[in-house]
Design a binder for this molecule. Structure first.
Ligand code: ZN
Length: 235
């Protein structure tokens, strides 16, 4: 980086281990720059149909994946205990996440969009968006359930563009070309969880398409939901 910048706290919130695939190159960029990067997964992904075993056994497999992924991405991961395929936007769940936001003080939050496609629009994904949005609000206030200071810092909220959803309107593009090898390592670890779904090929083609539009080799795109603060110039 040639420009001075304030180090940021970047917090990604997703439903299941491997959901962060759409944002992983961008998370690596922030980690490389020295920003603090956290990935909060609301469940352990114990319903994965591609992994054999009981829910407890699958949880262990997925925790094992995450332990490796943390090092590849350069992020701290936290897996919460909401049930896989049982994520629901309750006040209780939003306050659980708000407590984490109070501790991590995010400047940037990335979370699932509300896709209506089967697959990417898994109810857990859509409700993760609702829970995250509510948690940003609850984190701004005192709570009887915790003693953490309210986090009233302005937050930028993004949702990854994952190809199927909708047009690229209101998207920002991130150059992840130089993360190519690490992104492939990410897929080496998670591949068994994706089963027959060709996620690696899908990711590469998505990055190429977005890169083409953004004048780089590989890109990731995000919809801007909110910006932190007013700016003097467009960029
Ligand atoms: Zn998922």
């Amino acid at each position: 980086m040639t420009k001075e910048h304030t180090l940021l706290n970047v917090v990604a919130v997703f439903a299941h281990p491997d959901d962060e695939a759409g944002a992983v190159g961008t998370l690596m960029n922030h980690s490389d720059r020295g920003d603090k990067v956290y990935v909060i997964l609301l469940t352990h992904g114990e319903n994965a149909s591609s992994i054999k075993g009981t829910h407890e056994e699958i949880m262990l497999v997925r925790q094992g994946h995450v332990n490796k992924i943390e090092k590849i991405v350069g992020a701290q991961y936290r897996l919460l205990d909401l049930p896989d395929s049982g994520v629901f936007p309750s006040v209780e769940n939003a306050k659980k996440l708000a407590k984490i936001f109070k501790q991590l003080k995010p400047d940037i939050i990335i979370t699932w969009g509300k896709s209506s496609n089967i697959g990417t629009g898994h109810p857990d994904h859509r409700y993760t968006y609702d829970i995250t949005l509510d948690a940003i609000s609850y984190a701004r206030y005192n709570s009887e359930e915790d003693n953490f200071e309210p986090n009233r810092k302005p937050v930028s909220l993004y949702t990854p563009y994952i190809g199927l959803d909708s047009a690229l309107d209101n998207c920002v593009f991130v150059d992840v070309t130089h993360q190519q090898d690490r992104i492939m390592e990410f897929f080496d670890v998670y591949e068994e969880a994706y089963g027959e779904w060709p996620v690696r090929a899908y990711k590469i083609s998505g990055m190429l398409m977005i890169g083409r539009i953004g004048y780089v080799k590989y890109g990731e795109a995000f919809k801007k939901i909110t910006w932190r603060s007013a700016r003097q110039f467009l960029d």
